[in-house]
Design a protein around this ligand. Sequence first.
Ligand code: M6R
Length: 604
Amino acid sequence: KNILNVIVSALHRLEYRGYDSAGLAFINQQGSLSAIKTTGKISNLELCLKQNTTDIPQENKSLGIGHTRWATHGEPTQANAHPHLSQDKRFAVVHNGIIDNYTAIKDRLIKKGYKFLSDTDTEVIAHLIQECYEGDLRAAVAASVEQLTGTYGIAVISSEHPDTIIAARKGSPIVAGICQNETIIASDVSAIINHTKQVVFLNDGDILTATPEGLDITSVGNIPVTRELTHINWDMNQIEKEGYDHFMLKEIHEQPSSLQNTLRGRLLPDEGSTKLSGTRLTHEEMTGIDRVIIAACGTSYYAGMVGKYLFEDIAGIPTDIQQAAEFRYRNPIIEKNTCMLAISQSGETADTLAAVKEGMSKKATVLSICNVVGSSIARETNRGVYLHAGPEISVASTKAFSCQVAVLAMLAIAFGRTRRLSPDAGRRMVAELATLPEIAEKVIAQSDNIKAIAEKYAKAGNFFYIGRGYMFPAALEGALKLKEISYIHAEGYHAAELKHGPIALLDSSLPVIAAAADVSSKDKTLANIKECKARKAPVIAITTEGDTSISRHCDDTIFVPECPDFLSPIPVVIAEQLFAYYTAKWRGCPIDQPRNLAKSVTVE
Ligand code: M6R
């Protein structure tokens, strides 16, 4: 195989994660290492490859590494792009994560005469490997990573070992795909799914040696370890656009089926309860839990906010929702009998992973709610619930939100049934949960209307999103969606908070989206809508089908199907996703890969 084509096509599959430069390294015709790097798109890298044909290896010299970078240390320049080479050019490394102590290592290496060509933290790894190398590449990598603090998922090649790739991980994912007579290593299954569905995930502290003879995994201290083979149960089709203009639109449209998959086999209609086997919670554990802490980031955080309301309303358990980044550094109080829920679509978000570790070290019962099977958070907790929403490629999270809320509702019902939730109420809720795919379908059927409204307001420079109760997290999520893909400044506010300050901004140029599809707070939200109208702000309501009590006070209305309050954020957020999508499309934004954003935020 032409290894460079294999690497470039794998990098293409990671394009969705967001990046600003790319590069690859390989053993050239002369048997030494070459690196080709460039800023911008992978297509730029392909262009560079075409212009550098002299170096390119013959077929069958099949070994190389590649990388797409999302700048943390140093600007997105060619020099800062990976791979980085050691001073003697015998070792090349690609790295995800952040080396916290790189400055100290860099200073020490500079004193020893090493010259640095980049501003990155990664370059220290290449030089360290050179410094530690005494003929054994694995040992040199092990001795180098022992000196690092921070996070890394690395792959290393050397001109001294033209048939070996070494990979190591701590905090950043590494997966090895097992193929016939070859091994392909990546940070994400989607990069290698076209080669194999049999994969092995490394654990923190693992070092993998890949040679033509196969794989060998040891600890840093060179103790052999065994990691089980995982079969990936999704395929290439699921990471293709299938006729949609953007992955985001495809993923919005997938929600009826992804919700179906999330619910499948987990509802117990007769018992009025739910079954989430992956939590491995015993009845004693469930009844013993007297507090829930939810930690997450971004969209998952807003799903977690809905989770707080669900747990308190349905199960009667006091629940806190915390930003994972805050949780990890606040020395949080975790009492006995606390259950912690870590929510993450990717399962790789660095702050959420750190929050999980904090929760585990304080002896909470930690469960994860992840979409990506085998992800770091899922494996760290070793118990939890998978969304089964299928791969989410668009940087803007969509189907993950609705499925996360569905999982949280199922968990709240299961906990509720061990305490105050009656069998009848449980049965009603389970039946209502089962209608979610249909509800999602009906919102998507409103696309044309939502598109027309989005285009009417697409020139606005600012938006407010307001809501109360279950509609409050929905308002926050709607604002996040709009700002990340359309680059319009949008603020999510509790509808009642508006008059405590932000209302000063309202005038005819500032549209307000009022989420008012729940029964319990609709009337109060209507009062807030009137306050906005009195300041001449255009108001777009999201309310239930046929509710003229709201629509007649608003400039435009998006109707969503009626559903119980505890599920109401799902249809409202789907409507907001479509609104953000059509706004961004009208403005000509790069919807699937918004500027500055990465799909998996694996750095703090
Ligand atoms: O993979 P995670 O759910 O942990 O990701 C958390 C956030 O980074 C993510 O939700 C982000 O806010 C999305 N871009 C929102 O659309």
